[in-house]
Design a binder for this molecule. Structure first.
Ligand SMILES: Nc1ncnc2c1ncn2[C@@H]1O[C@H](COP(=O)(O)OP(=O)(O)OP(=O)(O)O)[C@@H](O)[C@H]1O
Ligand SMILES: CC(C)(CO)[C@@H](O)C(=O)[O-]
Ligand code: BAL
Length: 284
């Protein structure tokens, strides 16, 4: 049975009653198979699985999609029940931010200013602040996050390390549609034609990942991305450092399809040093 709590007091009571190891999966709702996979991994790894559903206003810019972000609570609850979630914490903004806009937030450091952070100023301070609060409120042993949001996963891992938050962060590979499109709550904004266009992201990443020399990786990806409005295409180290390779690296893309902004990434293996490779299209 999946219990639902909405206040801090209810959460504290339910959390105190939880037996054994606890895993948390944090979401903004509009759950899909990507979220279900995170819940399944959590279920395999812990005695008690806690999911949070909260569309966090603090991580949205003034011109972003906070108002139109999909809210599908009943369907989300059905997904949680099907995946054997023990407890759902679904607070309102007033419960999460009882004093209004927080005065003190988590500063993500230099990695928060590039890639997604360059296009979405303040985004990662908003993410890390709410993740820090949710970790404190839920006190898990393990917390699961998707590689789809690779920079977010990297920053959360760094926050937990640097602030000694004492939780194990587990990354889960991106779940895709059979045609390659990375599952995302924002996919539901896409018309049929836009969905077709959006396939350029995963096609571009796959074409890039098939090459082993940095310039060739970027050229192959760029060729597939011609039909979309690219925010950035970047080849980075697995820790998102600017000196990828030789060895494992990460190819990341963000692009707009109509009014919808999508992100995706894939691992790449480089035979050569890619240090000289510039991020393309990233705003200053
Ligand atoms: N396709 C996916 N595969 C694996 N994990 C995913 C996938 N999509 C989202 N997640 C993970 O689920 C968690 C909650 O993400 P969120 O609720 O923002 O969903 P989302 O689909 O990424 O939404 P959005 O469209 O807003 O980016 C995050 O850790 C995120 O990385
Ligand atoms: C981690 C998160 C739940 C924080 O609001 C959000 O950024 C998300 O859904 O990826
Ligand atoms: N999936 C990351 C949350 C966001 O885009 O705001």
């Amino acid at each position: 049975m999946t219990a639902v709590v909405r206040t801090r007091e209810e959460l504290a009571r339910a959390r105190a009653a939880a037996q054994g190891s606890v895993a948390v999966v944090m979401t903004m709702g509009a759950l899909h198979e990507g979220h279900a996979t995170l819940l399944r991994e959590a279920r395999k790894s812990a005695d008690f699985v806690l999911a949070t559903i909260f569309v966090n206003p603090l991580q949205f810019g003034p011109n972003e999609d906070l108002a139109r972000y999909p809210r599908t609570f009943d369907a989300d609850l059905a997904v949680c029940a099907a995946e054997g979630v023990d407890l759902v914490f679904a607070p309102t903004p007033e419960v999460m931010y009882p004093h209004g806009q927080p005065q003190v937030t988590v500063h993500p450091g230099p990695l928060g200013e590039v890639l997604e952070g360059a296009v979405r100023p303040g985004h990662f301070a908003g993410v890390l602040t709410v993740v820090g609060k949710l970790l404190r409120l839920t006190r898990p042993d393990l917390a699961f996050f998707g590689e789809k949001d690779y920079q977010q996963l990297t920053l959360i891992t760094l926050m937990v390390r640097d602030l000694e938050l004492g939780v194990e962060i587990v990354g889960v590979p991106t779940v895709r549609e059979p045609d390659g499109l990375a599952l995302s709550s924002r996919n539901r904004y896409l018309s049929e034609a836009e969905r077709e266009t959006a396939l350029a992201l995963s096609r571009g990443l796959r074409a890039g990942a098939a090459r082993r020399e940095a310039a060739a990786v970027l050229a192959a990806a760029r060729a597939e991305l011609a039909g979309v409005d690219v925010d950035y295409l970047a080849l980075r180290g697995t820790d998102l450092s600017e000196d990828p390779g030789p060895g494992e690296a990460r190819l990341l893309v963000a692009a707009r399809v109509g009014t919808t902004r999508l992100i995706d990434n894939l691992p790449v293996h480089l035979d050569t040093d890619g240090t000289a490779t510039k991020t393309e299209g990233e705003s200053a």
